[in-house]
Design a binder for this molecule. Structure first.
Ligand code: ADP
Ligand code: MG
Length: 716
């Protein structure tokens, strides 16, 4: 591409080197993959997507295994041996039409075996005595050995030899794939190096051909691992480049109101209106947001903080910054209960201020809705809290400046984007095109996301974390309990707490199949406890199928201390604050996920008394053990990720965004990910569009991984 050379500085040595690399030369990688393995193996290669030599060389081993030794062969198993041919000759076969059979005596340092090759008389010439072979053999129940695959190898015969093991498919096995690799090994030299030399040097990474060689033909564990890390780094660098470029593009394309005028309302509010001092984390979050709002491009910030960490104050600050500068603020929550709760909290948080605010949900009456929509469109209403009802097409804002999305992961990408379109028209640009101002958006989540996952899934957002919990939280002791004796003890313990005037939650098993079944189970448990274990106490029931009024009554009774025990389904997960509740018992706890249990448990330990959480379930459950050991949501999220990852390896189900990588193994490679992230920043700071010659191959690799425009394939 001559245009790129024209812009390169003439004496930039690196540019010249890069330019050299880019000179077209015949590459062996593009050649069709030829082989003499027969049609069945040929079809298998097609199935694996291996059409060219390049495809083959990018087919990476899944694992490395050690070669087995002759002495350890078991009956009824298949194993790969690394052996040397001692004797080899042909036996004629009597049956008509059959080619002579080749018989060989092969050995390693532990012993020798006799093997036969059928229908391949040429092997006598190909494998003369002294040839080293990689043999995959199957031993039947009677100890007879048959060869299922064979290939010559350069590896030394040694017990600790590393052998690449490939994802195989019906018709071709790993050993044959390795043999093909060997055949085409020389072509590895043609592999292009997308990483700029400077990065490879600072990161001390082998070049691409060396990395691939080390993976396919490992000499030792260390070299193979270095090769793997090299490819993993490249993979992670590409994803970070894609995400950061997506963000940069958004920043260039979208214009937001620059909210940098003086504070009047917020200053007054922070100094005297707020009922408590901010935690340091909250203060930092306010600073981050203040800075974002003063930019000409829209804020896209993710605010992570556990339930109770005080996100609402932070959200309210962002909204009030808009309001005090003549803009509107909107807060969207995924459920009506949450929206109502936010609305109430927000009003409680600014007692002295008279900011016109309204609630808009699916239950808002038609008349009220018309009124609210009218006032949003006229600008009279400055603050609105609501559900999806806020993004319906007929909702128009006069001057939407800041939008907050709570529990953002519960909204679809489209729904989140819908808020972007609610901004006012931008002042006509030079070209006179019709553009709108995009509001600043704060995304909030109470589900802690380990940084690894956040970097991959939300790598195009800025992030702020609220780690400190505001009020002095009381300790919660968590136990895993099982069996009748422990159950009886648990109830006795709960009765003790109840007699001390505390309250308890009993959470019923999760019934995934149907809400009706779940409600039924909850009712049965409620009746059992009311008439049995807790017959001396006041027990109430709460589940998703109750009428809204019944729910409210049950909740109100429990919150006011009019009930001692609340038997509930997981509907209590969000939105309930009863500081006097000190016990939670969860039935069939292993049916819940780690983060769900963590959220549930967050309902206790909120008052002045220490709390107790009893998880009924198998004692050896890794998830339940994690909950018993940790209270920090981020730590639990990390463990969750690790456990899921293991589940994935076993079950083969893709459960999260980390599964998209071919080589990188997250969370284990998290340091590598951090470094890739930093590198991506450095590269794009210097060359935002990857136009420099030394980035040409990187740009090409990026385009082939994430498409020319980049990036919709990154994390959904
Ligand atoms: P969440 O992050 O779960 O949305 P909230 O914003 O609802 O948390 O806050 C939880 C409770 O803590 C609320 O009652 C809120 O008023 C209170 N709170 C928030 N920040 C502080 C603080 N800095 N000091 C004391 N209480 C606080
Ligand atoms: Mg909240």
């Amino acid at each position: 591409m001559p245009t790129q050379f024209a812009t390169a500085e003439p004496f930039d040595a690196e540019a010249l080197r890069a330019a050299e690399v880019r000179l077209p030369r015949p590459s062996r990688l593009a050649a069709p993959l030829t082989h003499d393995l027969g049609p069945r193996a040929g079809r298998a290669l097609e199935t694996l997507g291996l059409h060219t030599v390049g495809d083959l060389l990018e087919h990476l081993p899944r694992a490395r295994g050690e070669a087995r030794t002759v002495a350890t062969l078991q009956r009824g198993e298949t194993a790969t041996l690394l052996v040397e041919v001692r004797r080899i000759d042909t036996r004629s076969v009597r049956r008509r039409g059959m080619k002579p059979r080749v018989e060989a005596n092969v050995a390693d340092h532990t012993g020798s075996i006799r093997v036969s090759f059928f229908n391949q008389p040429w092997l006598v010439q190909r494998y003369p005595p002294g040839t080293r072979l990689l043999l995959t053999v199957r031993t039947d129940a009677r100890g007879r050995v048959s060869v299922t695959a064979h290939a010559p190898t350069e590896l030394q015969v040694a017990a600790e030899a590393q052998i690449a093991q490939y994802p195989a498919s019906e018709g071709i096995d790993s050993t044959r794939i390795l043999a093909l690799m060997r055949e085409h090994r020389d072509a590895l030299a043609d592999t292009l190096e997308p990483l700029p030399a400077r990065i490879r040097t600072t990161e001390r990474l082998p070049d691409r051909p060396a990395a691939l060689t080390a993976l396919h033909f490992p000499v030792d564990e260390g070299e193979a691992e270095a090769g793997r890390r090299r490819l993993a780094f490249e993979e992670l660098l590409l994803v970070q480049l894609a995400l950061l470029r997506r963000r940069a593009r958004r920043e260039r394309a979208a214009v937001a109101p620059c909210l940098d005028s003086q504070r009047t309302l917020t200053e007054r509010w922070l100094e005297s209106g707020l009922p408590f001092p901010l935690t340091n984390d909250q203060a930092n979050a306010l600073e981050d947001i203040d800075h974002d709002l003063a930019q000409h491009h829209p804020m896209q910030r993710l605010l992570m903080g556990e339930v109770g960490s005080g996100k609402t104050v932070v959200a309210l600050f962002a909204l009030l910054r808009a309001v005090e500068q003549g803009w509107q603020g909107a807060l969207m929550a995924p459920t009506e209960t949450l929206a109502e709760q936010h609305f109430a909290t927000i009003q409680a948080l600014m007692p002295g201020e008279a900011v016109p605010a309204a609630l808009l949900t699916g239950s808002t009456t038609a008349r009220r809705r018309r009124d609210v929509l009218g006032k949003l469109a006229s600008g009279e209403l400055q603050l609105v809290v609501g559900t999806h009802a806020l993004i319906e097409p007929d909702v128009r804002f006069a001057r939407l400046g800041v939008a907050v999305v709570d529990e953002q992961h519960r909204f679809g990408v489209r729904q989140r984007a819908a808020l972007d379109e609610k901004g006012p028209p931008a002042p006509a640009g030079a070209g006179g095109e019709h553009r709108i101002l995009t509001p600043h958006v704060l995304h909030m989540t109470a589900t802690p996301i380990p940084r690894t996952l956040a970097l991959v899934q939300y790598g195009d957002l800025d992030d702020t974390v609220l780690k400190q919990l505001p009020r002095g939280r009381r300790p919660i002791e968590t136990f895993v309990a099982s069996g009748e004796r422990e159950r009886a003890r648990a109830y006795a313990r709960i009765r003790e707490e109840l007699r001390a005037s505390r309250q308890a939650f009993v959470v019923c098993p999760l019934v995934e199949e149907s809400e009706t079944l779940q409600a039924k189970a909850a009712r049965a448990e409620f009746e059992r406890l009311r008439d049995g274990e807790f017959k001396d106490f006041r027990v109430v029931l709460m589940h998703g199928q109750l009428r809204p009024r019944e729910k409210q009554e049950a909740m109100a009774a429990f919150a006011a201390g009019g009930a001692d025990v609340l038997v509930a389904t997981s509907v209590i997960e969000v939105g309930i604050d009863v500081p006097n509740a000190t016990v939670m018992l969860v039935e069939d706890a292993e049916r819940y996920g780690i983060s769900q249990l963590h959220q549930l448990r967050g309902r206790i330990g909120r008052g002045e008394h220490p709390s107790l959480c009893l998880l009924f379930g198998p004692k050896d459950s890794a998830r339940l053990k994690a909950l018993a050991a940790h209270r920090d949501g981020f730590e639990l999220a990390r463990i969750d990720l690790r456990l899921r990852k293991e589940g994935e390896l076993i079950g083969g189900v893709r459960q999260h965004g980390l599964a998209q990588f071919r080589v990188a193994q997250l969370p284990d490679d998290e340091l590598l990910l951090e470094r890739a992230r930093q590198r991506a920043h450095v590269i794009l700071d210097a060359d935002p569009d990857l136009e420099r010659p030394e980035h040409a191959l990187l740009a090409q690799a990026l385009a082939s991984a994430y498409g020319p425009a980049g990036l919709h394939t990154v994390a959904a």
